[in-house]
Design a protein around this ligand. Structure first.
Ligand code: GLN
Length: 532
């Protein structure tokens, strides 16, 4: 019988070390050994999913094809592995408890006293093992969010310990930090020692220690960590800062991490394939595009992390780097001076919610249209480009979205099926939907197909009562979903690139395989032909 292997990635010292990138890189290396690999993220918080969390604090909500509102690490896994994941690849404490409590209410535990061990831990183990079996994986890499020592993650770590105890093939990787003291310039190993001790206290002996640091760890430091952590010297892997996250697999590979996997998981045939061709290109690039990202959640770059990557993937394809300046829409609204946008090769408006900053975004959408600056609007950026066009081209002075106002001309309105909904979590129009593209449009040339499938996360849409008026004034709606009921793409003629989409194109971009709307956007921003 096929028996999947499990790699468990835990974190020590502090959060925000880039465990997600290390997890993705390990999975990538194993995938390059011709294995069927996937990743799972455990989030030890009580939210059922990330959908209700503030992107300014927790980063972007990543949407899967099946409509999961997930932790942003799922996006990293997809981009590295080039595969689409499901909401089942992200489990939270909220989900685990919800399902155990539901079973208890149904009487499924037959009078037992329901406890963390074994009922919660069994639920966790079942989800991990079932996913690996259902997908017939060779390896499932499971990343546990949070830091060892947190109360929240204990049941998950205990479940991992039990999976090993029950005889599954497992390998534990502990990610820690080796800080450098500025004054003496010395690499400190004590936090790593302590966090490994904490892990062993709960019954887990790590097999590999991946140490985040500013510079590559030297052999002395590695030996010291190996001694204290009770692992072989070669099992201490330096994961130092890289110029791009896509270089991390190389950093790990150069330290022979594959040999450690091979010892555990039999012979492995490794081949870089296309991956290194692309990362090598990265080193030679000397041209840069400047993109203005106008939005509301601009204080944290992780709020739009998939957009950052989609731009990077697309720019790399035409041998450019991309510099993204996040511009606070509220500031544009206050200052009423948009001339700073002239400094950019392109303007991108990402998804967003609520009134704050919306007038700034509307003016930016106008400015791009009037000044021939390439514009890409995503979701909110699609809806507010519609409002801008209604007001300033169609002369509907009081046009707006009903999300933001109670306007005379509701050119963007609530989806009919959203009107009766009063719960926030998981109730938007979510996930992948089929989109039909109209022939002889720019969008059709761009995608070169009649149907695309893209992911969504919205409650509002273009109000098609205004469609004829918009078309009379030159706006082209070039794609629709649900038998024409929802507009999905708008485009303008006689503009270098004015393109906006109701769907989240950024969630479909993979490293080495950029999403088409992003590719055309960066081409236009670089002054290249968009091939259409
Ligand atoms: N707030 C808008 C809506 O709900 C746009 C959502 C988004 O940009 N993701 O439809």
């Amino acid at each position: 019988m096929h028996k999947p292997k499990f790699i468990f990635v835990t974190g020590g010292v502090m959060s925000g070390l880039g465990k997600g990138v290390i997890t993705s890189s390990i999975a990538k290396l194993l995938q390059l050994c011709n294995l069927k690999v996937s990743c799972m993220k455990i989030d030890p918080y009580l939210n059922v999913d990330a959908g209700t969390m503030n992107p300014l604090i927790h980063g972007e909500v990543f949407v899967t094809n099946d409509g999961g509102e997930c932790d942003m690490d799922i996006g990293n896994y997809e981009r590295f592995l080039g595969i689409d994941l499901s909401k089942e690849n992200n489990i939270t404490t909220g989900q685990i408890y919800a399902s155990v409590i539901e079973k208890e209410r149904k009487g499924e535990y037959l009078g037992e006293c329901v406890q963390i061990i074994p009922h919660i831990t069994n639920e966790i183990k079942n989800r991990i093992i079932n996913l690996a079996n259902k997908e017939a994986l060779d390896v499932l890499v499971v990343e546990c969010g949070g830091t060892v020592g947190d109360m929240e993650s204990l049941p998950f770590l205990e479940a991992m310990r039990q999976i090993k105890f029950e005889g599954h093939d497992t390998l534990f990787i502990h990610v820690t930090l080796a800080p450098i003291l500025d004054v003496v310039g010395e690499v400190k190993t004590k936090p790593t020692q302590h966090s490994v001790q904490e892990l062993r206290r709960i019954g887990i002996q790590p097999d590999i220690i991946a140490v985040r640091s500013k510079i590559a760890l030297d052999d002395n430091v590695k030996r010291k960590i190996a001694l204290f952590a009770n692992v072989d010297n070669s099992a201490v892997i330096s994961s130092h800062d890289a110029p791009s996250i896509y270089k991390v697999p190389e950093i790990l590979y150069e330290q022979n991490i594959i040999n450690i996997f091979a010892k555990r998981f039999n012979n492995l045939q490794f081949n870089w394939g296309y991956w290194k061709d692309i990362t090598d290109r990265f080193d030679k690039i000397d041209k840069e595009l400047k993109i203005a990202m106008v939005g509301k959640y601009v204080k944290l770059s992780d709020s739009y992390v998939s957009i950052n990557h989609a731009l990077e993937h697309a720019a790399l394809d035409i041998d450019y780097k991309v510099k993204i300046d996040r511009i606070d829409a509220e500031k544009l609204e206050r200052d009423k001076d948009l001339s700073l946008l002239n400094n950019y090769d392109g303007i991108l408006v990402p998804g967003g919610f609520g009134k704050r900053g919306s007038e700034g975004i509307i003016s930016a959408a106008d400015y791009a249209r009037e000044h021939d600056i390439p514009y890409l609007g995503i979701c909110f950026g699609f809806q507010l480009a519609i409002v801008a066009f209604a007001r300033n081209v169609c002369n509907l002075e009081h046009a707006n979205s009903t999300e933001l106002d109670n306007p005379k001309d509701p050119v963007v309105d609530l989806l009919p099926d959203q009107k009766a909904i009063n719960k926030l979590g998981g109730t938007m129009r979510l996930g992948a939907h089929e989109i039909s593209i109209i022939k002889d449009t720019f969008a059709h040339k761009l995608y070169n197909t009649d149907i695309i499938i893209r992911r969504h996360r919205h409650r509002y849409e273009f109000n098609q009562e205004y469609k004829r008026l918009f078309e009379k004034n030159g706006m082209i709606f070039s794609a629709f979903s649900d038998n024409g009921r929802r507009a999905e793409i708008l485009e303008l003629k006689n503009h270098p690139y004015y393109f906006a989409v109701q769907y989240h194109a950024e969630f479909s971009s993979k490293f080495g395989k950029p999403e088409e709307a992003f590719l055309a956007f960066v081409k236009a921003a670089a002054g290249l032909s968009t091939n259409c």
